[in-house]
Design a protein around this ligand. Sequence first.
Ligand SMILES: *Cc1c(COP(=O)(O)O)cnc(C)c1O
Length: 368
Amino acid sequence: MEHHFLELAHPTIQHLKPYLPGKPINELRRELGISNIIKLASNENPLGASKKAIEGAMDALHEIALYPDANGYELKHKLSEHLHVSVDELTLGNGSDSLFTLIAHAFVPKGKEVIVSQHAFIAFAITAHVVEAALVKVPAQDFGHDLARMAANITKDTRLIFIANPNNPTGTWVTHQELQTFLEQIPKHVFVVLDEAYYEFMDQPDYPRSLQLQKRFPNLIITRTFSKVYGLASLRVGYAIAHPEITDILNRIRNPFNVSSPGLKAATFALDDQDFVEKTLQNNQQGMHFLRKEFDAMGISYLPPTANFITIDVGQHALALYDALLQLGVIVRPIHNYEMPQYLRITIGLPEQNQRLIESLKSAIVKV
Ligand SMILES: *Cc1c(COP(=O)(O)O)cnc(C)c1O
């Protein structure tokens, strides 16, 4: 019997397509019955997580019968020291993804406008749909955010602008000066969310000093995560840095137990292990260098890479090549849902994984 439950769902949800995650290793194993699979599809940390962070999570397992600390006291204090921001400027989220929705629920009434860039991280568009906002997608410039054009698209109904810096999957980023010029043009009642998920990977001297900008522009909200450089993607811990008044509002609507005890403790301990971060950055830099050299030699072009991934242009065969790589046990990320059907996004792995990717790519390319 047909139930037509979809007709009962919120009108916006009826048209919502689910987020397409990177294919999990176990799923490919079930489908193909092969082992020795590598996944370079979700910008996860190939070194795993810090031993200290894992110890923290294990420690917290002894207390899983208890609800987690709803205020995240220890993690917020550790973050406060680490970042030199005050505790009342910090909001913890179940991954930084959940903070986007929280911010939109707080500040974007139904029917108002949310501005994003073409090719921007897709969670932003999903967030806009969930709160029944109108999504204004501004054409990209060289695949990146065209900030001048985004500012020019502000209307009396605009409430929120998302900027991923760098953006995933394009790796594009805006400089301190560009961001400052942009913020100077934004009306005070329009919120700007600056998604810095890859903050720790960015060592360019003109990368925005966003905490300074946030002091000057209180409508700026910065989000960061423990999912990438800290390797805690599965524990779901992200945070927002914002004006105390904004933070207070976010905390009023936040699910009080939105971060688990293992997540809180692992993240707290992870901040104490900057050696692990250093090792991650080193592996990433070497891997990036290796992959660029190999792609250059193969005549494969790519967008100027940043952070821990590289987005290659493989022509009209991206999905076929993706499938051919899957057959060889190598999972990468097709990005047709980002209006980039010719491209594949590849996470920098361990040296042997990068090597395997290149070998697999060479044998897959001749088949498609
Ligand atoms: C990975 C990623 C995130 C982080 O998501 P979490 O929910 O914190 O795991 C946020 N923004 C971008 C652009 C990302 O690539």
